[in-house]
Design a protein around this ligand. Structure first.
Ligand SMILES: [Zn+2]
Length: 149
């Protein structure tokens, strides 16, 4: 049995969940009329709070928030057009050279096959390295934006 009266926290714990609170608290409530009265007061208070209507906005909050969100820009970028144009020109140039010099290229692939494999591996490694660096920069930039907001 607890010698002193129950604390406010223990009383609230008893009122909110009397089945799962400590046995000593329940026994004290049964034996002490002062704490029992306080617990009943809390019970009235809690039931009054639960009976209150939940606050509702008289306007649509979702529409207001969506209206303030920044819409993604769908502008026509000339950089993308230039990139596609340059890559088309490059691919066309490679295809034309392959067509014109296919006899020399087949001999080159046969004679220098090891050199070609190393060349492809080096190019792949460089591209992979640049992609990793770009991903890291993008990640750091996004984390910076998140930390500012
Ligand atoms: Zn008491």
């Amino acid at each position: 049995m607890i010698a002193e009266h129950l604390s406010e926290n223990e009383l609230q714990q008893y009122v909110s969940d009397s089945l799962h609170c400590e046995q000593s608290i329940r026994e004290h409530i049964k034996s002490c009329y002062i704490c029992k009265e306080k617990a009943e007061t809390y019970q009235i208070l809690f039931s009054g709070i639960q009976r209150q209507q939940k606050p509702e906005f008289d306007f649509n909050l979702t529409d207001l928030v969506i209206a303030q969100l920044e819409q993604p820009k769908r502008s026509f970028s000339t950089n993308i057009v230039v990139a596609y144009l340059l890559s088309s020109i490059g691919i066309t140039a490679v295809l034309i050279s392959c067509f014109l010099f296919h006899e020399y290229l087949s001999g080159l692939f046969i004679r220098y096959s090891n050199l070609l494999i190393y060349l492809f591996m080096a190019i792949t490694a460089v591209v992979f390295l640049f992609q990793c660096i770009e991903i890291c920069r993008k990640y750091k930039k996004q984390i910076g934006v998140l930390n500012l907001s």
